[in-house]
Write a protein that binds this ligand. Sequence first.
Ligand code: GDP
Ligand code: MN
Length: 387
Amino acid sequence: MKLHEYQAKEVFRKSGIPVPNGVVVASTDEVDGVIRQINGPPWVVKAQVHAGGRGKGGGVRVAHSPDNVKTATMDILSHPLVTKQTGPEGKKVLRVLIEEGAEIEGEYYLAMVMDRSKARPVMIFSPAGGMDIEEVAEKTPGLVQREHVNMQVGWMPYQGRTLAYRLNPQPGPDTLKELMAVMDKLYHIFIDYDCSLVEINPLVITKQGRVLAVDAKMDLDDNALFRHKDMRGLADPMEKDPLEREADKYGINYIRLEGNIGAMVNGAGLAMATMDVIKMAGAEPANFLDVGGGASEEMITKGFEIITRDERVKAILINIFGGILRCDVLARGVLAAAKKIEIRVPLIVRLEGTNVEEGRRILEESDLEFLVAKDMAEAAELVAKQG
Ligand code: GDP
Ligand code: MN
């Protein structure tokens, strides 16, 4: 579960990581009241969406007068924000964070993420902050430092020194101390909130020599959310893809992807194998959809409806191995969906397992048009022809 910048900064504030004073608003009417509470000029006006690269996309503005704050807020709220991470259609901005502007001396990158290959969290630190860190890592890998955490002892003070003392030129001793304290707190936030990512880009050193988190990103592991009931309310359903949001309501595991072959599969393993098969056939999956072992007819109907509502889908592959989910239930679910919505794309069906005869009969006796694949290889071949 991703947090918005203003929500992550609230966590930082509570944990003692210094952040600029700020207030979040949802309309320009609130701006006058806010400006009186927040020191400026300058003020910084920031779009609150779950996407990076806002600065370059016009979603972060430095304003030098209350009027500038107002026009910036109005402007940001009235257009979808397009950044490298949003896709060309952009993201609708519903909230704007207005903050006290910092006088920046230097921008740094600091994050803690899970390094899956080493099965340990890793602290990443770079003096090349405020930029696209993936690009920095690729072009100037020497500028990205890493310290892995041994979970038996946690984050150690010497690790903070290892990262901070490599800086050249060296900041003053008080600044270094603050920097190392931020690293320590970042680690504790990462652990306490069961995060998969906590990122500050940029972490700045101000002209006054203070360390300040100017940006904040937090991603909480969904599987640990049961331990953080108080955080659940921070989820923003508007940030989700509308089709994924719909799937969530019915407990369907659906993830929208970039391709154009819709897939309805039961079981996560078979669903992943099916995506591989689609790719190996030279096509691209439009989604991951695992209807689950014990899916009801209603869930099948809903799942099928969601796939067909994705306007990029050019063909649909149904790949079911009937175990607990019986093939006849699947067939009835698909027919129920076909009654509600017109299916304008070719349908390829591969059914095996429990009640397969009954399932096939139901489909054949319907007026639904579909192609039958006898196995995965044939299914792939048929898919490739449609894509
Ligand atoms: P992002 O582009 O979505 O990552 O948004 P950021 O919050 O990182 O802001 C982008 C850039 O705006 C930063 O790298 C800074 O250079 C600049 N910026 C953000 N806050 C301030 C501020 O308080 N003062 C100044 N001068 N620049 C800021
Ligand atoms: Mn940033």
